[in-house]
Design a binder for this molecule. Structure first.
Ligand code: ZN
Ligand code: ZN
Length: 218
């Protein structure tokens, strides 16, 4: 009998079931099956959970794994083809053939997961709990970087969901002051509690809240 593992599998709309399933197999030489140390649940998972997948699927694309040497590694969940022009030009995040571990392939809400070697990220000194948030932080960091956020900047973040809050922290880490615009008063309050320099409603003026017109918006 092949070795098995426990996994949470999405089997229909709103149906996430704990199953004993076969451990994934290494199909290509540059894939590895590693032990899951942490996996976090993001809004995409909640959407998939509500809607169900086209076939039974183990979700989980934000993860920290333990490699064969016992080291913690992060994972870039998207798997590009490495053969098309976009991949060759460094736009592998736009590759038309790319798919994501934890969405179009089985993911990390399990004891073990299959990942392609080139997708592994050295976590350095990061703890497992921090590493599990690497993917959303990287998205927000990339956006802030593309916008050229810098010391003394003024920024507007629209929406105080998880990505809005993380963007706020990233922009602040780069030296910007941040006003968060959010419709619901509860979330607005949360944004302020979590460190936004100002939190306003959709009818308020960001320039008034920050004292200057925001130069960038996320
Ligand atoms: Zn996600
Ligand atoms: Zn490609």
């Amino acid at each position: 009998m092949p070795p098995t593992m426990r996994a949470v599998r999405l089997e229909g709309p709103g149906q996430a079931v704990v199953r004993e399933l076969p451990v994934p197999e290494v199909v290509d030489a540059d894939w590895r099956v590693l032990q899951v140390e942490r996996a976090s649940i993001c809004a995409t998972d909640r959407k998939w959970f509500a809607r169900g997948a086209s076939e039974p699927r183990i979700l989980g694309h934000e993860m920290v794994l333990r490699d064969e040497d016992g080291r913690l590694v992060g994972v870039h969940p998207e798997v590009p083809c490495r053969a098309c022009k976009l991949c060759a030009d460094g736009w592998d995040n736009r590759c038309h053939a790319r798919y994501s571990v934890g969405l179009q392939a089985d993911g990390a809400l399990a004891e073990r997961v299959a990942v392609r070697e080139d997708r592994l990220v050295d976590l350095g000194e990061l703890a497992a709990d921090q590493g599990a948030l690497l993917e959303p932080v990287a998205c927000c960091w990339h956006a802030a970087d593309m916008l050229g956020a810098t010391e003394g900047d003024a920024a507007l973040v629209i929406g105080a969901g998880a990505m809005g809050i993380i963007s706020t922290w990233v922009l602040q880490a780069l030296g910007a002051r941040v006003v968060v615009m959010q419709r619901s008063p509860e979330r607005r309050h949360l944004a302020a509690e979590l460190g936004a320099d100002a939190a306003i409603g959709p009818d308020d003026d960001p320039a008034e809240a920050l004292g200057v017109q925001p130069r960038i918006a996320v």
